[in-house]
Design a protein around this ligand. Structure first.
Ligand code: FE
Ligand code: FE
Ligand code: ZN
Length: 291
C-alpha cells in the first residue's frame, strides 16, 4: 500500500530549532511537516549553521520520514508581484534567493511561496513581475529547490487566485522545472471552486496547469463559504468545506505522493493536529472532537 504523507506546520524556535520541529511533528503522528526557517511575518533569519540541522536530519532518518516530502514556507511579507514598488521588489527577490539557499541547507527541495499582490497595479503587472522575479532569482540562487506557488483566496490584489494565472507563470518562466503549485483547500474554496467536487478540481487543474506541477496540498477547512475571498482557516470538519470533502484529498490515489499539510488554527490554546491527522487517516470524523 502506498504511504500517505500527512503532517502540519510546526514551529521552529530556540534552543532546539530544527530537531525541535521534527520532534513536534512526530508527536502528532505526522509523516511529513512544514515550517518557516524564521518568523513567518518577517525575513530576519538566524544563520542555518545555528539551527541544529544535522541533529534534526538524523532524527528524520531514524523516524523513517522522507525529506523529499518535507516543505518550507517562505516568509509571507515577500512580494514579487509588484515591480512598481522597486525597493520591496528588490528586497523580496534578494530574500527569496537567500531562502532557497536555506532550504537547500536543510536538505529539502520544496519552498512554498505566496505569489504576492499586484497592489492595485493590475493582474498583468502582477504576472509580469512574478515571471521576471523568478527568472532573476533562479539565475542567482544556485540550487535546485522548487518554488511551489500557493493558490490564493483572491483578496485584495492577491495573485495566484486562478489556475490560469499559475499556468501563465509556469509557461513564461525560463525554468519551469523549478516551479510548481501548492493547492490550499481553504483558499480554493474561498476563491470560488467547489472543493467537494474533487474530480472537477483535479480535472481543471490538470487541464490548465498539469497535475505533475502539483507539489504540495494544504488541507484546511474554511470559516467562510465558497467564493467569499476571505482566507480564514478552520479546524477540519468545523468549517464550510467539511470533513468528507477534505478527506477525499488525503486518500485520492491521484494525489498519493503529494505531501499534505494542515494549517488549521489552535483550539483552546492547543494544537489540533494529532487528532486531525488521526481522523483524516482513518477517514472518520469524530463529532465534537474539540470538546
Ligand atoms: Fe501559505
Ligand atoms: Fe496555505
Ligand atoms: Zn490561508
Amino acid at each position: 500500500m502506498d504511504k500517505i504523507y500527512i503532517g502540519s506546520h510546526v514551529s521552529m524556535s530556540g534552543p532546539d530549532y530544527y530537531i525541535g520541529s521534527v520532534k513536534e511533528a512526530l508527536t502528532y503522528g505526522s509523516s511529513t511537516f512544514m515550517f518557516y526557517t524564521g518568523a513567518p511575518q518577517n525575513s530576519f533569519r538566524i544563520p542555518t549553521d545555528k539551527l541544529k540541522i544535522a541533529e534534526g536530519r538524523k532524527l528524520i532518518k531514524e523516524a523513517g520520514l522522507n525529506e523529499d516530502k518535507i516543505v518550507v514556507h517562505a516568509p509571507y511579507i515577500l512580494n514579487i508581484a509588484n515591480q512598481l514598488n522597486e525597493s520591496l521588489y528588490q528586497i523580496s527577490k534578494d530574500n527569496l534567493v537567500k531562502e532557497l539557499k536555506r532550504v537547500q541547507d536543510f536538505g529539502l527541495k520544496i519552498l512554498v511561496l505566496h505569489p504576492g499582490s499586484h497592489v492595485g497595479t493590475g493582474v498583468e503587472n502582477g504576472l509580469d513581475s512574478i515571471v521576471k522575479a523568478l527568472d532573476e532569482v533562479f539565475s542567482k540562487d544556485g540550487t535546485e529547490v522548487k518554488i511551489a506557488l500557493e493558490t490564493m483566496a483572491g483578496k485584495g490584489g492577491e495573485m495566484g487566485s486562478s489556475f490560469d494565472q499559475l499556468h501563465y507563470i509556469i509557461t513564461h518562466v525560463r525554468n519551469p522545472e523549478r516551479v510548481g503549485v501548492c493547492l490550499d483547500t481553504c483558499h480554493v474554496n474561498d476563491e470560488g471552486l467547489d472543493i467537494n467536487d474533487i474530480d472537477n478540481v483535479l480535472k481543471s487543474f490538470d487541464e490548465i496547469v498539469g497535475l505533475k506541477y502539483l507539489l504540495c496540498i494544504h488541507i484546511n477547512d474554511s470559516k467562510n463559504p465558497m467564493g467569499s475571498h476571505k482566507d480564514r482557516h478552520e479546524n477540519i470538519g468545523y468549517g464550510e468545506i467539511g470533513f468528507e470533502a477534505l478527506a477525499k484529498y488525503v486518500h485520492d490515489p491521484r494525489l498519493i505522493n503529494i505531501p499534505k499539510i494542515l494549517e488549521t488554527p489552535y483550539y483552546d490554546g492547543k494544537p489540533p493536529y494529532k487528532k486531525e491527522i488521526e481522523m483524516l487517516l482513518n477517514n472518520k470524523f469524530e463529532a465534537d472532537w474539540r470538546k
